[in-house]
Ligand binder design. Structure first.
Ligand code: ADP
Ligand code: MG
Length: 363
């Protein structure tokens, strides 16, 4: 345990850094900068992160301490707050990065920091879920609860995407770069290929859970490529395809009719690459539409327990798929829209900005 004066000094430091201005980067900047990962550039990058990351961690730590409805005092939220404080401390008190060796040690340290935060999403959700249950039992959920918590989680998870992108990119630049790859960015990413991989993963889970899985047809130019972060696109398509498979599967499970395939269409526009995931799974009632992008909203029958940290590997149930996917899309200037025809099916439009020059949103 830190002694009282030390704890106070750290708290002051968090307050000071948490009020400094964050500096956003763009996909294009990360690509241009990372295309020459010389020791000198890696040193510059480390020096930037040494200054930037404590600001971002401090802001989140401060916000975690001032949440409405007593959320800040929930054990799960305190745990997350401590992760943010620990990471602030690790980076803020790391000595100045001056040499190649400093840089390598710094890189190793921030990679550890990234791993510390691996389970932030389900842990936050657990805290929110606990609070909501308690307030629910006491019949005291205020009407503005959902909106306020939603806005907070959107800011919080968006910031987390940015922090993980910055650390992940810096760390990945130390690995050998296959042709066309710059850290986490594939400058020649084929959306068709990523869609195929995401479909395979989603169908495997569907097969495991239902014993069968609808077919998926993918349309678009297989030779078309554009620069993007592979694991971001994979994650978004995986979530959208899981939703479509589930809807179709549940609608046709007990019927003799032919199961209509899910269709994925990739369009390469000048401004956007748009990917449509289209299903005939019966759609979403219009009254339910405003809720599909909120956290914890799911129509899955047996929501899995949140304290088992396996978010993402089940078919549905956490209610995180859509809101998190939309954040990933927006992070690089894109967006996600859901259009439903109740009684027929759903179209999800994933817009990805091609220009790569939109600056990170910095909550
Ligand atoms: P989850 O899949 O864990 O329930 P999501 O955020 O992915 O959470 O989706 C939220 C809800 O939106 C789903 O529970 C479902 O009711 C509805 N939904 C999403 N996509 C579709 C779709 N393609 N067809 C029908 N309903 C959908
Ligand atoms: Mg889902």
């Amino acid at each position: 345990m830190a002694s009282e004066p030390v704890a106070r000094a750290v708290a002051e430091e968090v307050g000071r850094w948490g009020s400094m201005k964050q500096t956003g980067v763009t996909l294009r900047y990360m690509m241009e900068f990372g295309s020459r990962p010389t020791p000198r550039n890696l040193l510059l990058s480390a020096q930037f992160l040494h200054k930037e990351l404590p600001i971002r961690f401090a802001r989140r730590a401060l916000e975690l301490e001032s949440l409405p409805f007593g959320l800040s005092n929930k054990p799960a939220i305190l745990k997350v707050r401590d992760w943010y404080l620990d990471s602030f401390r690790d980076i803020r008190y790391f000595p100045e990065v001056r040499s190649r060796n400093d840089e390598l040690a710094f890189t190793q340290m921030i990679n550890m920091v990234k791993m510390r935060h691996n389970n932030v999403v389900p842990t936050m959700a657990l805290g929110v879920q606990q609070l909501k249950k308690e307030l629910g039992h006491a019949r005291k959920v205020p009407f503005e609860f959902d909106d306020q918590i939603h806005e907070f989680l959107d800011r919080f998870y968006m910031s987390r995407i940015g922090i993980r992108m910055l650390i992940g990119q810096h760390v990945a630049l130390h690995d050998p770069q296959p042709s066309g790859v710059i850290g986490l960015i594939n400058t020649r990413l084929s959306p068709i290929q990523v869609a195929q991989a995401a479909c395979e993963d989603a169908r495997a889970i569907c097969l495991r859970e239902y014993g069968s899985a609808p077919d998926i047809n993918i349309y678009g130019d297989p030779n078309f490529t554009f620069p993007y972060v592979t694991h971001h696109l994979h994650l978004m398509l995986f979530e959208l395809v899981k939703n479509s498979l589930r809807a179709v599967q549940e609608r046709y499970m007990n019927s003799d009719e032919d199961v209509p395939p899910v269709r994925i269409i990739v369009a390469d526009g000048e401004e956007d690459v748009t990917i449509k995931v289209s299903d005939e799974g019966g759609g979403i009632p219009r009254s339910g539409l405003p809720r599909i992008f909120t956290y914890l909203y799911s129509t899955a029958k047996n929501p899995p327990e949140l304290d088992r940290p396996n978010v993402g590997v089940t078919m549905a149930g956490y209610g995180f798929g859509l809101p998190i996917s939309r954040l990933y899309a927006r992070y690089f200037g894109g967006d996600l829209q859901i259009i439903s025809m109740e009684g027929y099916g759903t179209d999800a439009y994933l817009h990805l900005s091609r220009l790569g020059d939109s600056e990170e949103p910095l909550p």
